[in-house]
Design a protein around this ligand. Structure first.
Ligand SMILES: [Zn+2]
Ligand SMILES: [Zn+2]
Length: 386
């Protein structure tokens, strides 16, 4: 059977796997059924299985002679979203949904494993990494802390993410930043509440917080180099519960995004300075709790070239993009790329009107791209040379 034939012939089976996973979504670190499904399939393929990384994480190891060790990663978690779908494989867990296509990522990586285990046309080792908790919970970091790369030292590591809005089966992979870094902040503004008709007897935390929101917006526009992309979004405001009471305190929260460590430092430092200035100006207390969540996802130049070459062989150069804008969204595969060189690649999921956007209750993974992603993973392993 030719290589493309293998992938088209098995597509219906992989689609069944994908839909079964879709029907049984599990949230971060609760991917027990999913993890067991992955382990069973890998075992059936004759692939060595190692569990216990990041709780539900699974590592499959397939050796075939001497050569480089290529790590391939899929994320397994779903999101707390109520699915809007008529599909027979709609989520049976109310309020939990595979709205980011991780069901498809698992199926594509298992499909690649099946092909590589059956054909063994490579020299070296393929390491299949199935990670928990990509959505905000840093499952990749926990796998690394549990010894992922010391137990399984890979030479390079790659991951795919389906990308709505990019033509189905097309690829996009940049050299350098592909996804932004992501931090969160919590700000507490504390004053002295009282009767709303007697503001002179209060220290108004609401007015101070209102000005603070405007002031921190100016950090991106006034303190950063305009060539350095960054986002600072306030996403929560909590205060008060009466018409005639000035509350004691306001809590604000939000996130920042950036591609560069110096930009992150600037955002954090300026936020602290602005908070202090506002506190003095309004005689309130302002505390800032700024937390690093995910670093930027940075592709290695050599790995990006290899990914481009593999993708081009599968879908042709017109469908492979190497210089599209990076996304301001974030991804915990960044932690793996901090340890090992590699690349994070987008695979087109097709039109948003047909398959929905990521994290939308109407999103669905496009099963037509399963063979493309699987062949891409397999080609990276077959192409790898010392
Ligand atoms: Zn997501
Ligand atoms: Zn995702």
């Amino acid at each position: 059977m030719s290589v493309p034939d293998f992938f088209t012939t098995h597509q219906p089976t992989w689609m069944q796997w994908r839909r079964d996973l879709h029907k049984h979504p599990e949230l971060a670190y609760q991917e027990h059924r999913t993890s067991e499904f992955v382990a069973q399939q890998l075992t059936r393929m004759g692939i060595e299985v190692h569990g216990g990384y990041g709780g539900t994480g699974i590592v499959g190891v397939l050796k075939c002679g001497d050569g480089p060790n290529i790590g391939l990663r899929a994320d397994m978690d779903a999101l707390p979203i109520v699915e809007e779908s008529q599909a027979p494989y709609k989520s049976i867990h109310d309020g939990v949904m595979h709205a980011c296509g991780h069901d498809g990522h698992i199926a594509m990586l298992l499909a690649a494993a099946q092909y590589l285990a059956q054909t063994k046309r490579f020299s070296g080792t393929a390491t299949f990494i199935f990670q928990p908790a990509e959505e905000c919970e840093a499952g990749a970091r926990r796998m690394i802390e549990d010894g992922l790369f010391t137990d399984h030292p890979v030479d390079e590591v790659y991951a795919l993410h389906n990308w709505p809005g990019l033509a189905a089966g097309a690829f996009s992979v940049r050299s350098g930043a592909q996804m932004a870094g992501f931090d969160t902040f919590d700000i507490a503004v504390s004053g002295r509440g009282g009767h709303a008709a007697m503001p002179h007897d209060c220290t108004d935390s609401i007015v101070a917080a209102g000005q603070l929101i405007g002031a921190i917006q100016a950090i991106v526009s006034r303190n950063l180099d305009p060539q350095s992309a960054a986002v600072l979004s306030v996403t929560q405001i909590h205060a008060g519960d009466a018409y005639n009471v000035t509350p004691d305190a306001v809590r604000l929260a939000g996130c920042t995004r950036y591609f560069d460590e110096t930009v992150k430092q600037k955002l954090q430092t300026r936020m602290a300075e602005v908070c202090k200035g506002l506190a003095d100006q309004h005689s309130v207390e302002v505390s800032l709790d700024y937390k690093a969540v995910y670093p930027p996802t940075i592709n290695n130049a050599a790995s990006q070239k290899k990914a481009m070459a593999a993708a081009t062989r599968i879908v042709g150069q017109d469908a492979v993009h190497g210089a599209q804008n990076p996304s301001m969204a974030s991804e915990d595969f960044a932690f793996m790329l901090e340890q090992v060189q590699g690349a994070y690649v987008w695979l087109g999921n097709g039109s948003v009107s047909e398959f929905g956007a990521l994290h939308s209750p109407r999103y669905d993974f496009n099963d037509a791209i399963l063979p493309v992603g699987a062949q891409f993973f397999a080609t990276l392993v077959e192409d790898a040379k010392r």
